[in-house]
Design a binder for this molecule. Structure first.
Ligand code: SF4
Ligand code: SF4
Ligand code: SF4
Length: 272
């Protein structure tokens, strides 16, 4: 039973967040929301331990579709970075601000870029594309993320400075248009660079938060150098070009790791 400690722990962490927010915000939605996400993640970890091949994809679909369709389209919450700025500027600690705090700013101190591997609705679609492992080494285009980050901030700031009315409606439209753009750019980049995750590596503004925070992540894949035979298989299957055999936090592309566990599954010596 010891091997199932991790899914139980994940569920306990999410339940703690669910109950805390439910009681402090006096809103039962938080109990439902974080319990659902916690159960989905715990199920995925459980299936992974049972060696089910599509465990991660199941979590991606359960969480990604819930956030995109239910929270985004039905409840009309902009959970993208523009929504985060919007709620931050209005001083409201709910919806996108809580989502960002848990999944993308403080959460990565514990679970790194688990969000990117198991929950993001953009990657949920991109991971269906054919280039699961990049055909070529990464390009030095990461600076683009700072431009998209700045543009998102400028866009929402301009709405506030210009005292535009009905910002809620604009934020909903921005959610739809923003997602359509993300998908279009992500798919075009994936095919042109032969890399499903090119959008994540070069364009996604959220990585401005995710990368530095995940540098300190508690949960990370490490290599047992005693067992490793330097076959290089882990690097060949990694979608993010991480040098996972280097245990230092400064490992090559270390903050790109999305904890997909492809390296762990493929290591012939069980060294990871
Ligand atoms: S880098 Fe951005 S688009 Fe890619 S999985 Fe993470 S949050 Fe989603
Ligand atoms: S796949 Fe395993 S044995 Fe091969 S280099 Fe990576 S950690 Fe070492
Ligand atoms: S293959 Fe391993 S190193 Fe690469 S992203 Fe997945 S978990 Fe991280």
């Amino acid at each position: 039973m010891k091997k199932y400690a991790l899914p139980v722990l994940m569920l306990a962490v999410f339940e703690a967040v669910a109950v805390t927010l439910w009681l402090t915000k006096d809103n039962i939605f938080y109990l439902f929301n974080f319990s659902y996400i916690g159960c989905s993640i715990a199920l995925g970890v459980f299936l992974f331990i049972r060696k089910y091949e599509h465990a991660r994809r199941i979590v991606q679909l359960l969480v990604g579709l819930y956030m995109l369709v239910y929270l985004g389209l039905i409840c009309r919450e902009n959970m993208q970075i523009e929504g985060f700025w919007y709620y931050l500027f209005t001083g409201v600690f709910e919806a996108a601000t809580i989502h960002y705090a848990v999944a993308k700013i403080f959460g990565p101190l514990i679970f790194g870029r688990g969000w990117c591997g198991y929950a993001c609705w953009t990657a949920m679609v991109l991971d269906f594309l054919p280039y699961k492992v990049p055909a070529r080494p990464g390009k030095k285009l990461g600076w683009i993320r700072y431009i998209t980050f700045a543009l998102s901030l400028i866009f929402v700031s301009a709405l506030f400075l210009a005292h535009v009315g009905n910002i809620e409606r604009i934020m909903f439209l921005a959610f739809i248009i923003g997602n359509a753009l993300y998908y279009a750019v992500g798919i075009i980049l994936a095919f042109s660079l032969k890399d499903n995750r090119a959008f994540c590596k070069y364009i996604c503004p959220v990585t401005v938060f995710l990368k530095p925070m995940s540098y300190f992540a508690l949960l990370r894949v490490t290599c047992d150098r005693e067992k490793c035979i330097s076959c290089g298989k882990c690097r060949r299957v990694c979608p993010m070009n991480v040098d996972v055999t280097d245990n230092s936090r400064k490992r090559k592309n270390g903050t790109e790791c999305i904890l997909c566990m492809e390296c762990v599954k493929n290591c012939p010596k069980g060294a990871l």
